[in-house]
Design a binder for this molecule. Sequence first.
Ligand SMILES: Nc1ncnc2c1ncn2[C@@H]1O[C@H](COP(=O)(O)OP(=O)(O)OP(=O)(O)O)[C@@H](O)[C@H]1O
Ligand SMILES: [Mg+2]
Length: 429
Amino acid sequence: MPRLFWKFFRIIWLTLAASLAAIILTVKLLQAVPFASELEHERRTLVLNLTANILAEDGETAAARFVTTSEKTQPLGLTLSKPDEADACAEKNTVTTRSVLKNGVCYRLSVSAPAGSTFDSLGPFLPWLTILVASTIAAGALARYLIRPVVHLRDGLSALAHGRFDFRIGDKMAGRKDEVTALAYDFDASAARLQELQDVQQRLFHDVSHELRSPLSRLQAAVGVLRQSPAKLAAMLDRMDREVERLDTLVGEVLTLARLTAGSSRPLKTQSLDVIELLNEILGDAAFEAQAREVSITASVDGIFRAEVEGELIYRALENVVRNAVKYTAEHSRVAVSCETMADRLRICVTDQGPGVGRDELERIFQPFSRGKDAMPRGGYGLGLAIARQAIERHGGRVHASLPEAGGLAITLELPRRPMPYGAAGGER
Ligand SMILES: Nc1ncnc2c1ncn2[C@@H]1O[C@H](COP(=O)(O)OP(=O)(O)OP(=O)(O)O)[C@@H](O)[C@H]1O
Ligand SMILES: [Mg+2]
């Protein structure tokens, strides 16, 4: 049962119990019974009417007997008298008196007025007053309890609407432990995630413009050289070709990354394919590049792993990781690729014998445009691993880097047979 339910239950139950206790106490200690004066009045009226009836029906003796008995059991100051004045019966009946004319004789019945006490005026209202006070306090406490976090939530949402993603409300829920507090922490987590996405996007904008500027300024320089010495036309055209090609590759990679990071709402265009077969094709292509550096690729990738994936994305992820290994491993060294098939997942591990990365860089290398100092001469933009991670995570898998004891770098990719929300399969970084 939710905690909030119990809080409501406790407050309402305590209010009712406190009201009941207050009523009992007031009645017991102060003798302030609700409707006491009305009851007292009714009792007197009843006794007066009864005596008047007996007098009218059965005569004076019966009425006098009734008065004596009634006074013994319930003393109300009931008296029966015969006033001397002749017009006594013409007097109007009051709350405490009755006049009865019987056989030409006028009788007068009277009871004493109810005894007044200190609480007489307040007494009847005390129980209602207690209920009013108790329910006001409880309603106030409940309203305050509910409204305070809602106000914080509203402030938080309005801050988000104004782009202030650093606004947090979790610490304002001091002392509370219920569903509303959980909601506040969920809000904080969402705000933190939005802030992270905004930071990533801003960094990406900055890096993209920075990266675009380099080939553009080289193009500008080539145009300048051409203007000054048209004889260098062929060389400059070659150079311009290379720069345009670089620009084209960069824009392609940035678009892929943007599609992957921003478009998690875009459904994957999946098809059923054998991922191990795809990996073997990539390894075959990489072998050419590896030969040039006298690098050997040893692969133990047999079997079949048919999965529902977006082929293009998985191809780019695997290709980036394998090409990195071939690119960064030492000359005349070995790149090892292994595959492990589990019931619903495929684990691929690519290990090389290169310089590896620092332990503190194991996560950073997956960020866009993060590249080592020797990456630039090799024409890297630092986008490959970012694309690989996003592509695999979109399928519900995960990618991580580790440092094998023998040196080099190992990249492990885990891919589920069917796309699932990231983390649903117990994946954690
Ligand atoms: N196998 C590896 N050995 C050593 N360092 C690596 C390895 N793989 C990646 N790195 C480091 O991580 C950085 C990021 O890799 P990533 O694949 O994202 O970019 P890149 O290879 O430099 O460029 P791109 O893939 O965009 O062409 C690289 O610049 C390199 O410094
Ligand atoms: Mg790369």
